[in-house]
Structures are given as structure tokens and as C-alpha cells.
Design a protein. Sequence first.
Length: 325
Amino acid sequence: MKCEITRDIGAGADLIRQGELVAFATETVYGLGANALNPEAVARIFEVKQRPHFDPLIVHISNIQYLDELTYGLTEQARKLAEQFWPGPLTLVLPKRKKIPDLVTSGLDSVAIRIPAHPIARQLLEAAELPIAAPSANKFGCLSPTQASHVAEQLGSEIKLILEGGACAVGVESTVIQCTGEVPVLLRPGGISLEEIEGCVGEVRLAQIEDHAEAKSPLSPGMLPKHYAPRTRLTIADQLSDVPIEGSKGLLSLFSLEETFLKDCQFSAREILSPSGDLKIAAARLFTALRNLDAAGVDHIIALRMPEEGLGRTINNRLERAAAT
Ligand code: AMP
Ligand code: MG
């Protein structure tokens, strides 16, 4: 199949309405979209991504009117979060209506919904006049795509169209908050920080990766310990003094906010996420930096842990899951 990289929204919307897949830019990462109300189209997403069926998809909508059509029982906190952070990198898990096929939600009685901010995503949703189910446009478990070329590399032979929208400004996936009970639960840290969420709704419960892995019925089935991984082995160093330097000359690549300490070290590849230590910039560069290190042919990536605040928490979550075996 020949894959076209274009900004032709009309062509993308036509394909979506015909039940085909379209990859498209969002502010978080590139998505692989299908008509969320067409189970056969949604089944193709799982097939192309090689994604297990127990991992439910996020449904993207163009405006708040769709919420009533697809969900019910909006809590006060959900309303506040939607008002403050939509359009943007926030996903709300809400009680679902029957209209949404079970395949989209892996049989759960809740659905994950987001209104994206990227103009390409918004124009596609508006032109298609449909909710679009879209996980990241990569093979399951691999690094998420933050540029059209990343999508083309992995899925180019299996899809017809990629709607190009430049490099993703946020660069990490959305923050997922479950709003089905009294206290909102953070299922996945993402592009909106926990501090911002708490600032909006007060108390938030944190779901740990271990909760997901150990619970008999995981809170969020897709939160597997191993995910978002480069091909190269990755380990996390909690601080600079933990970075193994001896004997690793030329084999190690370091990936860090700090630059000074590293000047003398002999790493064969290095990625500095943000020399000024800006965690938003660091998040936006995370997946491209990991991709570069993968491409550099090193046999081990050492990642220095980020400060556990703001988007540093999100980056650490992705690093932990990249390091899991
Ligand atoms: P992705 O589409 O890969 O960004 O992942 C979306 C994630 O949101 C999934 O891996 C799930 O863990 C989570 N999610 C989606 N729908 C639900 C739901 N109904 N309940 C709980 N978690 C969900
Ligand atoms: Mg994904």
C-alpha cells in the first residue's frame, strides 16, 4: 500500500467515513484513527498496531456536544477538568453509552474521551463529523511517534494516509483521569501535570503501575509495566553518581538534563533533553531523543531520572516503563 503524507483534511475525513484508518497529528503524539462507531474499522486499528484487545482506545471528539451522545453521569470534577483543559492533552474516563462498540472499550462500561487541541486533529474531527478512536500511531509497546516520518517508518506499508502537522508540541501522551467515582483517579500521567489537575479539582487518587499489574481487574487495562520502549536496553540512574561510567566507554549513551558533569564522559551518543532544565521542553523531545539513541547503535541507554514534579513525573513514568523487563 502506498502511504501519502499530506495536509489534505478532506481526503482524511473521506477515508475515516469509509471505515479506513488515517494517521494524524495531535499535540500529544501522532494518532492512528478510525470511526469510533464502526467496529470493523476499530478492529483494523488493533490489527495494524498489533495491540492486544484488552487495551481500550481513546475516543477523540471535536466538541463537548458529543459528550452527551457518548457518555452519561458527568461528575462536577469531570466538568471542571473538561472546562479547564479541553481542548488539550487530557483524557477523561467516563461511564459509556451503548452506542460505543465494546471493542473500543475492551468491554468496559466506561470510555476514555479527549478533545485534542492540534488544528489538524480538530479539522479532521470536524470534517469527518464522527468521533474518532485513536491510539498512538506505532506498533504496540514501541516508542510513540512525534513526527509524521516516525509513523511512516512503522506503519507506512499498512495505511493510506498520514495527516502531517509537524512535530508534536507536547510530545507525550495525554493525562488519563478516571471520573467515575467521587474522587478522580490519575490512571496515567501525561501532558497535563498532576499539580495542574489538583489545582483544578483538589484531591486526586494516584493509581500506581503495580495496582494495574496486580489488580484482578486492572483499573486501566492498558497500563502495562513494559511499554513505550526503545529497542535498546534502558536503565534508569537515580542520580549522577549512579551513572556507570567505568568500563562502559563507547557503549553507553546518556540522556539527561544535566550537562556539566557529563562533559568528560565518553558516551558514544548523548541526548540532552533540555539544557535549561525545562521539563515541558524535555517532554516534547523525549521520544525523538530515545529514537536517536536507538538509531545510534549503542547497546545500553542510561537514563537519568527527572525531578518528580510537573512533566518530570510523566517522563519518569515513561522511562520506568521503557526500563521494565
Ligand atoms: P493510548 O491510546 O495508547 O494512549 O492508551 C490509552 C490508555 O487509556 C489505555 O492504555 C488504557 O489504559 C486507558 N483507557 C482507555 N480507556 C479506558 C477505560 N475505559 N478505563 C480505564 N482506562 C482506559
Ligand atoms: Mg500508545
